[in-house]
Design a protein around this ligand. Structure first.
Ligand code: COI
Length: 354
């Protein structure tokens, strides 16, 4: 494993007022960086002061988007320890995205150790208030200064840190979601499973339209039949129908969420039936009409567990559980945030202490 060097900052920033932090607007004092070229491979892993970087105006990522990222979190536990949630799953998923975008995979051990060292140095940035965390954003982008459309020969990997509160302005209150029937996010054989900027760019206009109509997010349907439910974009989606937790099966155009995996594992541990399968918006609508749609919630690193109070589809509003947080959603939120805070026993080995 390559040695990780350290460059001291001339001065440290003042930490933000934790009661005022939002999501992803403030950044810590240091960041992780390493570079790739075909001769040296990934090399010179280092922790350096957080600062702007300069790229060529011809940087191929700016033009063609060959880039990937991850999102994970570090938490301060109730007894003042620092933990990260499922870091190896995130680094492995980064490598899965790398394979899809033809980006050279990183050495898992180097990135894991670099991340641990960065969090150790920046532990004062991990906020203590309930519902807050230090959001960890690893990313890789192509760096060739070249306008031809081709796979880049050179890359940069970085990890930046941002103290955050709830992702949605609503906090842990039910969000309203519009089922998207005009635009599509991803198609089979495309990039949908990769955590890559293109998927988020594809969601921006639809998100704007949903906001204008008073909705927090859009729920994507599959790009071919326009009937199978996929994901929300910033989170995966789960339904509680007749006592069973149902979520769309991973089919290549859905991101394999780490929180989604966590919810399914915890539900299984509780003995709650789960099913990963194709599910149509019509099935959800029918379950709603029959009074069988008990709860709907999203899962994601940024969103954690986000109750859905309303689904809007083709002119009809489906109000879920009277617009209130359902008991399963609440229990799952309490469980996962309890794992983060160290108040719930980590029987499945999801939490890693720094
Ligand atoms: C995450 O949940 O970490 C995400 O990446 C979603 C969003 C903030 C882009």
């Amino acid at each position: 494993m390559a040695e990780i060097r350290f460059e001291q900052a001339a001065a440290l920033k003042e930490k933000p007022d934790v009661s005022k932090i939002g999501f992803g607007k403030e950044f810590s004092d240091y960041m992780f960086e390493m570079d790739y070229n075909p001769k040296q491979g990934w090399h010179d892993p280092r922790i350096v002061p957080y600062r702007d970087i300069s790229v060529s105006p011809a940087n191929c990522t700016l033009h063609y988007g060959q880039a990937i990222f991850e999102g994970m979190k570090a938490f301060r536990t109730h007894d003042n320890r620092i933990v990260i949630f499922r870091p190896l799953d995130h680094i492995n998923r980064l490598n899965n995205s790398a394979r899809i975008l033809d980006i050279p995979e990183v050495d898992v051990e180097t990135v894991h150790q670099g991340l641990r060292k960065l969090i150790e140095i920046e532990k004062e940035w991990v906020p203590a208030k309930k519902g807050t965390s230090l959001y960890i954003r690893p990313f890789i982008f192509a760096t060739d200064p070249y306008l031809g459309v081709s796979v880049s020969a050179t890359y940069k990997m970085m990890i930046i840190l941002s103290p955050v509160a709830a992702y949605y302005a609503a906090g842990f209150n039910p969000v309203k979601i519009m089922v998207e029937d005009t635009y599509v996010r991803a198609v089979p054989g495309g990039l949908g499973e990769a955590k890559t900027p293109a998927n988020y760019a594809a969601s921006l206009h639809a998100g704007l339209v949903a906001h204008e109509k008073g909705y927090d997010q859009t729920l994507w349907l599959d790009g071919v039949h326009r009937k199978y439910i996929e994901e929300v974009g910033s989170m995966n989606i789960l339904f509680k129908i007749k006592g069973e937790i149902v979520t769309p099966a991973l089919c290549g155009s859905i991101l394999s969420g780490i929180t989604r995996k966590t919810v399914l594992a915890v539900a299984k541990e509780w003995g709650v039936p789960t099913s990963e399968r194709r599910i149509t918006i019509d099935e959800v609508h029918e379950a709603y009409q029959n009074g069988e749609l008990e709860e709907v919630f999203g899962s994601g690193t940024a969103a954690v567990i986000s109750p859905v109070g309303e689904l809007y589809y083709k002119g009809e509003k489906m109000v879920i559980n009277d617009g209130k947080i359902g008991p399963f959603t609440q229990k799952m939120y309490d469980h996962i945030t309890g794992l983060h805070s160290g108040e719930v026993k980590d029987t499945l080995g999801f939490v890693e202490e720094i």
